[in-house]
Design a protein around this ligand. Structure first.
Ligand code: UDX
Length: 437
């Protein structure tokens, strides 16, 4: 099938490359000419394990193309995916300017009937707006059908999620288009749910908001456990054994970040407001996460009230492991507060350090290894549960640090082990151990 994908951000590029991998002929379109040039040479602008190799293979086998021209990108294409960004506006709603631009450009350049498939996360009702916008800007009379096809891929495992996700959701009012879009995914062997257009749009927000709710819920409970001497890990285990609850997404920590949960929870709140419905649960989820992102600073100050000239080694900066994405990473708030409180921050991340420079205070010093980041520090803070951090020998925390004190925002180590290796170890939702040091 001949497919065009507009927008080569995270979602667009992964979708385009994966669809070409299954044998479709895919042209990815982006208005950024420099980006297009580098993608033609097989260089992905985003970090995603396995993507570069898959990209190169499909370019070589003539199934994957890149262009900055709408005429070229849309020529002979039956399917046009829209995967442009819908970032958060100042008022919390989704900003649809890139989507509107894409619709106008599609209208000006199409030469045949198309099915427009929206992958971007868009407020309920937007696909109808997409159809109206394209139709009102077309100079010739082509047939436009719209289909909502939200994505559920996670950064860091996007390729795996594309091929092995839990479901594919396709929504439209047009039965024939639904059937044709289903055929794109024929080789995927995943359950396909077909729905009406508005429900498909809602499923994306509902899923992300529910997952965010799970995280804020477990974090609130963790804060309560700390005050009551219980251990959130044991509590989560017991809860997760109930299949109605499920064991996933019950890890307490310094809160969620990234490009989706903060943006989509705010957008859902704003969608509610637009129809005068107050989504109070979602408001609480957002408020809890705001507090949780800086909870480790409260904990640090409780044990070390004066941070002036204290040397702090921060391990992990990205909002989660296996990504260089710093958007809404809890490390941003924490490092800003540490610096504002007079501390000297030395930071390490296996791959996000370059992006981090845009977000973190100028005073932050970047280190190349965990060893280097811990050497002679007054204490360490763990912000991302990278594998190399979780597997770092606990003995070495003690030998490298000036004081063997660790504040772990991701519960990387079992309490008994941390204590037996001579650390004073503070984590989230669990009792602090090794306090007598
Ligand atoms: C998310 C959704 O999972 C995906 O389906 C959607 O398409 C995009 O948004 P992503 O943002 O890549 O994906 O990250 P995810 O792995 O879901 O983690 C989000 C955040 O939640 C991270 O900051 C992570 O550290 C945090 N998290 C996750 C927790 O704090 N506890 C958990 O138990 C799980």
């Amino acid at each position: 099938m001949k497919i065009s994908v507009i927008g080569t951000g995270y979602v667009g590029l992964v979708t385009g490359v994966c669809l070409s991998e299954t044998g479709h002929e895919v042209t990815c379109l982006d208005i950024d000419e420099k980006k297009v040039q580098s993608m033609r040479n097989g260089i992905s602008p985003i970090y995603e394990p396995g993507l570069d190799e898959m990209m190169k293979r499909n370019i070589e086998e003539n199934r994957l193309f890149f262009t900055s021209s709408y005429e070229e990108g849309l020529a002979d294409k039956e399917f046009v995916f829209i995967a442009v960004g819908t970032p958060q506006s100042k008022d919390g709603s989704a900003d649809l300017q890139y989507l509107n631009n894409a619709c106008r450009s599609i209208a000006e350049s199409i030469q045949n009937d198309v099915i427009v498939i929206t992958k971007s996360t868009v407020p309920v009702g937007t696909n109808e707006h997409v159809k109206r916008t394209i139709e009102s800007h077309m100079s010739r009379d082509f047939s436009i059908s719209v289909v909502s096809n939200p994505e559920f891929l996670r950064e860091g495992s996007a390729i795996h999620d594309t091929f092995h996700g839990d479901r594919i959701v396709i929504g439209s009012e047009d039965e024939e288009s639904l059937e044709r879009v289903k055929k794109i995914y024929q080789s995927f062997e995943l359950p396909i749910l077909t729905t009406d257009l508005r429900s498909a749009e809602m499923i994306k927000y509902a899923s992300n908001a529910f997952l965010a709710t799970k995280i804020s819920f477990i974090n609130e409970l963790g804060n309560l456990c700390e005050r009551l001497g219980a251990n959130i890990e044991n509590v989560a285990k017991g809860m997760g054994m109930d299949q109605r609850i499920g064991s996933k997404f019950l890890n307490a920590g310094v809160g969620y970040g990234g490009s989706c949960f903060p943006k989509d929870t705010n957008a859902l709140l704003s969608i509610g407001n637009s129809v005068e419905y107050n989504m109070s649960i979602i408001q609480s989820v957002i408020d809890t996460n705001e507090k949780q992102q800086r909870i480790i600073v409260d904990k640090i100050k409780q044990f070390i009230p004066d941070l002036t000239n204290k040397k702090v080694g921060v391990l992990g900066l990205a909002f989660k492991p296996n990504t260089d994405d710093m958007r809404d990473a809890p490390s941003i708030k924490v490092i800003r507060e540490l610096v504002d409180s007079g501390a000297d921050v030395y930071a390490y991340d296996p791959i996000a350090a370059e992006n981090a420079r845009i977000y973190l205070p100028g005073a932050t010093v970047y280190r190349e290894s965990i060893d280097e980041t811990l050497q002679d520090m007054d204490f360490a803070v763990i912000m991302t549960d990278w594998k190399q951090i979780k597997e770092y020998p606990l003995d070495q925390f003690r030998t490298q640090l000036k004081n063997p004190v660790v504040f772990d925002g991701r519960n990387c180590f079992p309490l008994a082990e941390a204590a037996s290796h001579g650390l004073q170890y503070h984590s989230i939702g669990r009792p602090s151990v090794g306090l007598d040091l």
